[in-house]
Design a protein around this ligand. Structure first.
Ligand SMILES: N[C@@H](CCC(=O)N[C@@H](CS)C(=O)NCC(=O)O)C(=O)O
Length: 206
């Protein structure tokens, strides 16, 4: 049976659990990270030298980096359409998976930490405003992309919807100024029809 190490309020763990649920793959999730510790142990460091969560163990295979884990699950346990066989089709999902890790993430992390994990008197309003402004632009890019397709890679739900959908939940949940996002919201509503998204990703931000 697959083991996933990581606490359930981690966005990166949530992506992996969502992918496992979508593919109907049996797994156990064991708490690690944050207040649960474990990541500082020698055993964990041998599995994941970054001492971060998630880490997935599937027999002799150990994988860290959440998007790499999502790709592994989609390829091995999902298949088409979650993992498209055609490289050009697959790249439509892949590029947005990398985009979310490299473009909005740099602004979403500071806003999330400021608003959710920093006591109000200690917050930095200038930083919140600056990153919120950047997020307006970057989520505007996703909004434009979703104007003429129901899912990230086209007509069907693919692995590309998993990291982007997890980020969308966090962004939409944060009490910050946002642009009007009708297409993104319509896509978000489609994702909410998937029980695993609601159960494992759309959790209160903590
Ligand atoms: N790029 C990595 C980032 C992993 C990461 O930073 N995970 C956070 C939780 S979201 C973590 O391990 N934080 C330390 C902890 O929980 O102890 C991935 O996508 O898996």
């Amino acid at each position: 049976m697959i083991t996933v190490w990581g606490r359930n309020n981690s966005i990166n763990v949530q992506k992996v659990v969502w992918a496992l649920e979508e593919t109907g793959t049996p797994y156990e999730r064991l708490d690690a990270g944050g207040a649960f510790g474990k990541v500082d142990t020698a055993d964990y460091g041998a599995l994941n030298p970054n001492r971060r969560i998630p880490t997935l163990i599937d027999g002799d295979t150990v994988i860290w980096e959440s998007n790499a884990v999502v790709r592994y699950i989609a390829a091995k346990y999902g298949g088409s359409p979650l993992w498209a066989d055609d490289p050009a089709e697959r790249a439509k999902a892949d590029m947005w998976m990398d985009w979310v890790q490299t473009v909005p993430l740099v602004d979403l992390i500071p806003v999330f930490w400021q608003l959710i994990r920093t006591p109000e008197p200690d917050r930095n309003p200038e930083a919140i405003a600056r990153h919120t402004g950047n997020l307006k632009n970057t989520f505007g890019i996703l909004e434009a992309h979703l104007a003429d397709r129901p899912y990230i890679a086209g007509d069907e739900f693919t692995m590309g919807d998993i990291p982007t959908g997890a980020f969308a939940w966090r962004y939409l949940s944060l009490d910050i100024e946002k642009p009007t996002l009708p297409h993104l919201n319509a896509w978000y509503d489609r994702l909410r029809e998937r029980p695993a998204y609601v159960e494992h990703v759309c959790l209160p931000l903590t």
